[in-house]
Design a protein around this ligand. Structure first.
Ligand SMILES: [Zn+2]
Length: 159
């Protein structure tokens, strides 16, 4: 996975860029929807196998889950769906793990995108490590900086 703060920031940036008058509530819902897929890490505590449908990067990372979660977000469904979908797409850009079950339940196959430049983030407390710092620095460069530029351009365009 990309780190949770990165998932949230990217979704907020994208939502704000697409809807210049997005409310704080909409941005908060976008951030939340972009992070919820990783609740599946709770399964690791209960020994759910990584490759199982409900394992990490399984059903919760599917386009179906994004569609259902976005329904719970209330108004602005297309933006919230996009925010929820950013999660599996960022994960499919990472260089580790076993891929994303994007098409679940149609297919249990795990997918990556052809280009995987983002180093995979350590899970849980392991994030606070030298490897976590490396991941965060790479995410700042590859995701936060372009997202901040997108935000700046969208704010400038409006003004
Ligand atoms: Zn994830």
């Amino acid at each position: 996975m990309a780190s949770i703060p990165t998932h949230a920031f990217f979704a907020v940036g994208l939502t704000r860029a697409l809807k210049s008058d997005a409310s704080v509530g909409l941005l908060a819902r976008s951030a939340a929807l972009a992070c919820l897929a990783d609740l599946d890490v709770v399964g690791l505590l209960y020994k759910v196998p990584y490759d199982a449908p409900w394992g990490h990067r399984g059903a919760t990372h599917s386009c179906l889950a994004a569609a259902v979660l976005a329904l719970a977000g209330g108004k602005a469904y297309p933006l919230l769906l996009l925010a929820a979908l950013t999660h599996p797409f960022l994960d499919m850009l990472t260089d580790g793990g076993r891929g994303v079950a994007f098409l679940w339940p149609y297919s249990a196959e795990r997918y990556f995108l052809p280009w995987r430049p983002i180093p995979v983030s350590p899970i849980g407390a392991n994030f606070f490590s030298e490897r976590g710092l490396h991941v965060l620095s790479m995410e700042l460069l590859m995701i936060w900086a372009p997202t901040a530029l997108l935000l700046w351009l969208s704010i400038r365009r409006k003004g």
